[in-house]
Design a protein around this ligand. Structure first.
Ligand SMILES: [Ca+2]
Ligand SMILES: [Ca+2]
Length: 323
């Protein structure tokens, strides 16, 4: 007689009250086992999603983001102000880059109008997400070189060049903060297929700038009062949006080819988004379009976001067009 048979016979011999208590204990035991299993599974999933999360910037990164004026500089109330973010190398050498991704918050005291954010580097096309948040704006920028076949890259050297310009006019004193996101936020991809996803971006320290009242001009002459306020004029402000649209959209290319399985494509070509067994301009177009909509069918690394990392995977799997 098996263990379970003996156990069952003993159980049948019990009084109804004891049966109920045995049943209750068994249920509680099952509940605990279930809870334990759920916790283990959940942690497994969590760990997996963390693995897939984009990497943070690189403490040994050779490309750095600086600002002009430098961190800590002062601006005057009611004076149009500009912060340029610059990109350059910190080791005297040069780097060829596929693109840059910067996520940051621009937090400011009261402004005369919306600040404008513009990529001013002619080597780059920009794909923006700009959303107002409390006290400022949350910016997600992916900037990549305009498409050239084969894929283009842009070069940075030890002479910092303009990357991004922010224009605004503060109308009250206070602190302007640029807070950069480390995780999944600021990444440079490698270029030449030899080093996928290599992050060459050095740590970006948060930046802050003070808005101060103009120092009272010496009381010599009353004419000082005439200092006019040209203020309200210069803001071309809210224009950064359209640039997002200059990226190629129309290519509805994903249809014509034979289905991926029929074609027997190389399964390692995860960036072959349209299933035609090549990683080429058609996939590039699909990916760039998907960046604007976060269409996760183009989320090559399953990170939950379509961004520069997916782009760098595509670069590294580049096969060129069909013969
Ligand atoms: Ca393809
Ligand atoms: Ca992704």
């Amino acid at each position: 007689m098996s263990f379970w048979q003996r156990y069952f016979i003993k159980y049948r011999a019990l009084s109804p009250a004891k049966k109920a208590s045995v049943l209750a204990s068994a249920l509680i035991l099952l509940l605990f086992i279930g809870l334990g299993l759920t916790t283990i599974l959940f942690q497994g999933r969590l760990r997996k999603s963390q693995d897939l999360r984009q990497q943070a910037w690189n403490p040994n990164g050779t490309v750095e983001i600086t600002s002009d004026p430098v961190n800590g500089a002062e601006f005057l109330v009611n004076e149009p102000a500009t912060i340029n973010l610059l990109i350059g190398t910190n080791n005297g050498g040069s780097e060829d880059l596929n693109g840059i991704q910067l996520f940051f918050d621009f937090l400011s005291p009261a402004l005369l109008a919306e600040p404008s954010f513009q990529v001013t580097n002619s080597q780059l096309e920009e794909i923006w997400l700009n959303e107002p948040i409390t006290d400022g704006h949350h910016l997600e920028l992916v900037a990549i070189p305009p498409f050239v076949d084969p894929l283009n890259y842009f070069s940075v050297t030890s002479t910092p060049q303009e990357l991004l310009t922010i224009n605004f006019t503060p109308i009250s004193t206070g602190t302007i903060n640029l807070n950069f996101y480390e995780d999944s936020s600021a990444i440079l991809a490698g270029t030449d297929g030899s080093d996928p996803n290599h992050d060459r971006l050095a740590i970006i320290n948060n930046m802050s700038f003070e808005v101060v009242a103009p120092s009272p001009t010496p009381t010599l002459v009353p004419s000082a009062t005439m200092t006019p306020e040209p203020t309200a004029t210069p803001l071309p402000t809210s224009t950064p949006v359209p640039s997002a649209t200059n990226t190629p959209i129309p290519t509805a290319t994903n249809t014509p080819q034979a289905s991926p399985t029929d074609a027997g494509c190389d399964p390692s070509l995860t960036a072959d988004l349209n299933g035609d067994c090549n990683v080429d301009k058609k996939d590039y177009d699909l990916l760039v379009t998907a960046m604007l909509t976060n269409d996760t069918t183009a989320d090559i690394n399953n990170s939950g976001k379509v961004d520069l990392i997916d782009y760098s995977i595509l670069v590294n799997q580049w096969t060129g067009s069909n013969p």
